[in-house]
Design a protein around this ligand. Structure first.
Ligand SMILES: [Zn+2]
Length: 66
């Protein structure tokens, strides 16, 4: 049984992890990764605000689907 490590924080990932185009991420880093793409645009590149925006981004997606 192989061990998968997060490409971002190097923690061992339980389960399959989350594959992006180039990396495999743990749950926490994947959530941040998703939020960063939108958060960077919304905050003008401020990383701390980008992370905070991750939650907002998830709600936005949920609204679009419903
Ligand atoms: Zn991670």
């Amino acid at each position: 049984m192989s061990t998968t490590r997060c490409s971002q924080c190097s923690r061992v990932i339980r389960g399959a992890g989350h594959r992006t185009a180039t990396r495999t991420l743990c749950d926490d880093c994947f959530a941040t990764y998703q939020g960063l793409a939108a958060g960077m645009l919304a905050s003008g590149g401020n990383v701390r605000r980008s992370v905070a925006t991750a939650g907002w981004f998830k709600r936005l997606i949920g609204r679009r689907k419903s």
